[in-house]
Design a protein around this ligand. Structure first.
Ligand SMILES: Cc1cc2nc3c(=O)[nH]c(=O)nc-3n(C[C@H](O)[C@H](O)[C@H](O)COP(=O)(O)OP(=O)(O)OC[C@H]3O[C@@H](n4cnc5c(N)ncnc54)[C@H](O)[C@@H]3O)c2cc1C
Ligand code: SF4
Length: 479
């Protein structure tokens, strides 16, 4: 029997995989953390206390069986660790890289609570599946038998892809429609390579294509193909379109040239990483090189923008946020990474307007703020400090204020599709069924801007519900 090497958290300190030096990181879009060596992964996994009630597991949206795969990794039984890890997570190597672990699994690790530093769960999860790919253990999608029913999925982000994977493994015919030219959604065009290298995502797309999932790209549903046509073609439909309506600033001058939306800026940069021609980047409009850049916002999108601007060779990069460091929504780990790379944070500051000349924006008029009384949610409300405005000079201003859903019932001409007062699709949170027969919704378009791991969970749950629906209501023999 394999020896039990666990509970080492008192003797072995928490140790993340090596992080590249900021000077090197600034020069490329490669990931900043290296991979654990085998011994290191085993050592770090052995710190797990195997506690009776694993809070890490209950705070992981996928309820990953974390203590078991940590124990198997510590014992060197990596193949089994991989089998357990992939049973609950469609893309463990992606979650291991980009989940905000400090708010999920690791933030609830019992040894962290006792002051020993959390087990590096995300890094071990990434290591297990990266190794599985290298060793050829990742299973291709080969259904035992083909089924005749077909599902149309609108949106090739993590939600849609997680559903496609499960449906296809059951032999169901799956077609994924997306308006972009590449699949992956925000994994491909939103999140920069320094958090998630693109070949990691493309490997999964290849796996799905090889397993028989059909991708119809450059297909903007509502423009190139009607929603009704998709419903007519398939026995069930999953809407997994994410949220793409950028929140706007209502401030004088916000329409000036050089004041751009985060999603356009990040998409252009990610496209360049693929080697694409991007006219808006090549013209300089969406390129930060040599510019004084100001990013407005305090979430993960803002963090991705500031760090992208650094890598593009900006002269200076500042992040304006109206609350303080302790109250920002973005991950503290990302703030630290950004600071190491040379980003300056300007806390308690909000844009009041923009100065510009014939060439475009020249600066942001900044209003200073203080934190007032807590609102109904308990968060302190920012209040303006009068007569403290100043001009922050800038040649490129990036608005990263969050995203709202597009008005799908109108855009798709399906007024009967029920949405919430926020515009997200109203669907059951377990089955993901909408009010339309055979139509399901998952990911950000159902829950609002959220996380990759939640989109994966939703996609998996929606797929399970659709399989039941198809079996009970449709059942078509394969040709
Ligand atoms: C810049 C940025 C950084 C982020 N960083 C992180 C992070 O580090 N960690 C994390 O967990 N989460 C992060 N998130 C959030 C995460 O990316 C999303 O929660 C997740 O991608 C949602 O998945 P989804 O499948 O619902 O939608 P998406 O990933 O948005 O995919 C939706 C897909 O639907 C397609 N689509 C939309 N409308 C149509 C249409 N009409 N016709 C056809 N196709 C359509 C889109 O082209 C897209 O490919 C980040 C988000 C952003 C914007
Ligand atoms: S999926 Fe995310 S939350 Fe769950 S164990 Fe992995 S890193 Fe943690």
């Amino acid at each position: 029997m394999a020896k039990e090497p666990m509970l080492k958290f008192v003797d072995v300190a928490r140790d993340m995989p090596a992080k590249r030096m900021p000077d090197l990181r600034r020069q490329d879009f490669d990931e900043i953390y290296s991979e654990y060596a085998t011994e290191k992964a085993a050592e770090q996994a052995s710190r797990c206390s195997q506690c009776g009630v694993p809070y890490c597991q209950s705070h992981c949206p996928l309820h990953n069986n974390i203590p078991d795969w940590l124990r198997l990794t510590a014992q060197g039984r990596l193949r089994e660790a991989y089998d357990i890890s992939q049973a609950t997570n469609t893309f463990p190597e992606i979650c291991g890289r980009i989940c905000p672990q400090d708010r999920l699994c690791e933030g609830n690790c019992v040894i962290e609570q006792s002051g020993h530093g959390t087990v590096t769960i995300g890094s071990v999860e990434k290591y297990i599946t990266d190794t599985a790919f290298e060793e050829g253990w990742v299973q291709p999608i080969r259904p035992h038998a083909e089924r005749g029913e077909s599902v149309g999925i609108i949106g090739a982000g993590p939600g849609g892809l997680a559903a496609a994977d499960l449906l296809r493994r059951q032999g169901i015919q799956v077609t994924v429609y997306d308006r972009y030219d590449r699949a992956g959604g925000l994994l491909t065009y939103g999140i920069p390579g320094f958090k998630l290298e693109k070949d990691i995502v493309m490997k999964r797309i290849d796996q799905l294509t090889d397993g028989g999932v059909e991708f119809v790209m450059n297909c903007d549903v509502g423009v190139d193909l009607t929603f009704d046509a998709i419903r007519g073609k398939h026995d069930a439909v999953l809407i997994a379109t994410g949220v793409y309506d950028s929140r706007e600033l209502q401030a004088p001058g916000s329409g000036s040239e050089g004041v751009v939306r985060a999603i356009d800026y990040l998409t252009a940069s990610n496209r360049k990483s693929f080697g694409d021609e991007v006219p808006e980047f090549d013209s300089g409009e969406l390129d930060a090189e040599g510019k004084r850049v100001v990013v407005i916002g305090g979430g993960d999108t803002a963090m991705d923008c500031v760090r992208t601007a650094i890598r593009q060779g900006a002269e200076s990069v500042k992040c304006l946020y109206r609350r303080d460091r302790a109250n920002m929504p973005g991950s503290q780990r990302e703030v630290q990474n950004a600071e190491e790379e040379g980003v300056e944070f300007v806390w308690l500051s909000a844009p009041k307007g923009f100065d510009s000349n014939d060439d475009g924006v020249t600066g942001v008029i900044v209003q200073k703020m203080r934190l007032g009384a807590p609102d109904a949610t308990g968060r302190q409300t920012p209040e303006i400090i009068h007569d403290a405005d100043y001009l922050e000079e800038a040649d490129l201003v990036i608005k990263a204020l969050g995203f709202s859903p597009e008005a799908l019932p109108t855009l798709w001409d399906v007024p009967e599709l029920e949405v919430t007062r926020w515009g997200t699709i109203m669907a059951d949170f377990k089955t993901h069924a909408t009010n339309l027969e055979g139509v399901y919704a998952c990911g950000d378009i159902q829950r609002g801007a959220s996380l990759v791991v939640w989109a994966i969970r939703d996609g998996r749950e929606a797929a399970e519900a659709m399989i039941t629906y198809l079996s009970e209501n449709v059942s078509v023999a394969a040709e």
